[in-house]
Design a protein around this ligand. Sequence first.
Ligand code: GDP
Length: 374
Amino acid sequence: MGGRAQMGKRIAEMGFNPGGGAINWFPGHMAAATRAIRDRLKLADLVIEVRDARIPLSSANEDLQSLLSCKRRIIALNKKDMANPNIMHRWVQHFESCKQDCLSMNAHLKSSVSQLLALVELKLKEVISREPTLLVMVVGVPNVGKSSLINSIHQIANSRFPVQEKIKCATVGPLPGVTQDIAGYKIANRPSIYVLDTPGVLVPSIPDIETGLKLALTGAVKDSVVGEERIAQYLLAILNSRRTPLHWDRLGNERMRTAPEFDGRNKNIFADSIPKRRRQLNVSDSDALYIEDLVREVQRTLYLTFKDFEGNLEEEGELESLIDAQLTALRKSFRIPSHRACDEARTMVSKKLLTLFRTGKLGPFILDNLPNSS
Ligand code: GDP
């Protein structure tokens, strides 16, 4: 196992939550849903397995992998806008080297979804042009963007075929020859290709706590299962171990030097108070700038605490105390009133930090390690 993978495991197992007990990741009914998906998968001629581009491996469902890999499948690494573009292409290469079709995408962009649909058509038409009707099913663990993708497909389908027809399909059931109507969106003709309108929700596989925390960080597992503070601590542990705060500092300096509008007035953005800068702007500019300023301030707080840290990042206890100091310092950045109780303030800080990460404001990340990389 590579150094980075070892590090991730160590971070995940840190004793942030002493006495927290075993985590019950999923309600039982989700396992039953997986059984139902197995049946529906039999109907599909091609499966689009949506994964989160930030966790290309951790957002898979292991139980169904053998079944999925036997089918015509495209792995759609969605939310690529939030994944590190310098590493993304290596993940696509990785899947391709395993003879697995794969595409990184953004479910909100029509161009990106059209690219996926072109690949779907290519994969299907080259093999089974004789079938009159072909079905495509979208599956994936929660929150990877299945509904967003199906929504975009719906819009593209309507623009291609304004009058959408119903699909009739033989049921997978005890009675042969029985057909049923299934809802789907027609995306191509000759053969007709339909994408089913209901995605299959898969249960994520959680072989270890690290995978669980990555899924929680990206929103596939509910926050309440692990608790916001634990997830935020995990995020900070990753950022510190990757020395990301130093990178932010370099990036900030770089931006300052190369900004075309740089004329010395903005030399030290932290010197001007946020309220003062806001007063100079109209409302919508002011909101955007507020977030921008907030992000810079959070990054700066994390950088300063990181820089002042004299302990050893490899030592679990010392890394924990850095994270503790950071959560405390962030109270000020997030303007948490000082009268708040300590526990409550930490939860508020954690929630706000997670929101910044999850909206991509802290920058693009890929949390999984490429197999065989160190
Ligand atoms: P589902 O649970 O798999 O159906 O996921 P949803 O389609 O409900 O999406 C979950 C969240 O991710 C929503 O807030 C979406 O707006 C967001 N989302 C979906 N696709 C993308 C994407 O490509 N990029 C970004 N940044 N957000 C996305």
